[in-house]
Ligand binder design. Sequence first.
Ligand SMILES: Cc1cc2nc3c(=O)[nH]c(=O)nc-3n(C[C@H](O)[C@H](O)[C@H](O)COP(=O)(O)OP(=O)(O)OC[C@H]3O[C@@H](n4cnc5c(N)ncnc54)[C@H](O)[C@@H]3O)c2cc1C
Length: 428
Amino acid sequence: MNCTPHANSYYAASANTKQLRAKLADNIETDVCIIGAGYTGLSSAIHLLEAGFKVTVLEAARVGFGASGRNGGQIVNSFSRDIDTIEKTVGVEKGKLFGEMAFEGGRIIKHLVAKYNIQCDLKDGGVFAALNSKQMGHLDSQKALWEKHGHMGHLEMLDESGIRNVVSSERYVGGLLDKSGGHIHPLNLALGEADAVESLGGQIFEDSAVIKVDQGESPVVHTAQGSVKCKFVIVAGNAYLNGLMPELQAKSMPCGTQVITTEPLSDELARSLLPQDYCVEDCNYLLDYFRLSGDNRLIYGGGVVYGARDPADIEAIIRPKMLSTFPQLKDVKIDFTWTGNFLLTLSRLPQVGRIGSNIYYSQGCSGHGVTYTHLAGQILAETINGQAKRFDAFAGLPHYPFPGGHLMQVPFSAIGAWYYTMRDKLGI
Ligand SMILES: Cc1cc2nc3c(=O)[nH]c(=O)nc-3n(C[C@H](O)[C@H](O)[C@H](O)COP(=O)(O)OP(=O)(O)OC[C@H]3O[C@@H](n4cnc5c(N)ncnc54)[C@H](O)[C@@H]3O)c2cc1C
């Protein structure tokens, strides 16, 4: 197979199907052409198809090749910035709208899994784990804020003994449990969503990189061997877009984060680490995230590489993090390591907008992307279907270029990372 394969991850090794879809080799017409088959593209496609649009998805490599097929699998609700911070930027009324949407992405995922019978090891429950009392205080106010926006009944503060019941690690002083969070096998979710797209009559072409978009009243999207004439385009290439749309580059930067996966653990050991089978992320700016897989492996991620260069020895970076959380795993073998790219914006909020009158994009969610991208798909679809209120709220978020332009993105972000690492270490 010449097509760029999935990253060599645990997820690719345990994918429900490895069947390659056809490449675009014709000139065709559709209503909406979507560039990229990650969650943003696939969620948009499903919602548009359900609303009666004809949809074609073009994927440069494989469905779920990007972050969607290789992430930590954590269904983390809300946004990468607190709702009160967003409110300060956009005002109280729009802030309320963001507050209402904070848990919608997770609900969309669970709805799609149930409706299209997607086999992706879905488990309920996610924990934000605090490493110090300052982080506990922040979680307390986070819970109050979410409840103020109507999200009640599924959030529970955990004190020191409470957190020990969900994570067997001495590192944490407490946490916040979100019972509406959870975790999934991310590639199998993407593959299941792709099947759903096709079951609704949508087309997906793999190994079909878009090389040019002719803008205008009827845009034409070109690959090396074909083209798609359409009424609307959705650009959903996120950190893997590689300059296809230069207007989207200046205000975002691809960054890498790394994941390791242990060999399968005995039932007893697995349950002793995470007795409730919840996923966990800590509250540091440069955070660690971990959970059990469907076959009892520990999947542990962390670290950020600014500028998305691939680190030479991922195990050397992530294994010490895993052992500082779970020293009891010192003799456990690591079966898989991989890296993947997400897109960072300076505000850490997503960049959503329109180029001309009919080319839509959503990118750069900088964290919480599993849920946000599913919400984004719903919002892009409702916008194309004539309901732009929520799109306008996202599109109105201010974004700033990285200081010094493209060349200075990495040094400035590295300084930022150093600053936040020091804050995390000192607990201030
Ligand atoms: C290692 C890792 C761990 C993460 N863990 C979590 C987590 O646990 N929880 C969480 O909420 N978020 C997590 N994230 C972030 C989350 O995975 C992403 O925000 C989300 O998956 C982005 O989805 P997307 O569809 O926008 O982009 P992607 O999934 O990256 O998809 C973009 C797709 O577009 C395609 N493409 C690009 N250019 C072209 C082109 N020219 N023509 C055709 N196709 C093109 C790419 O090949 C790719 O398949 C993680 C990210 C990484 C990398």
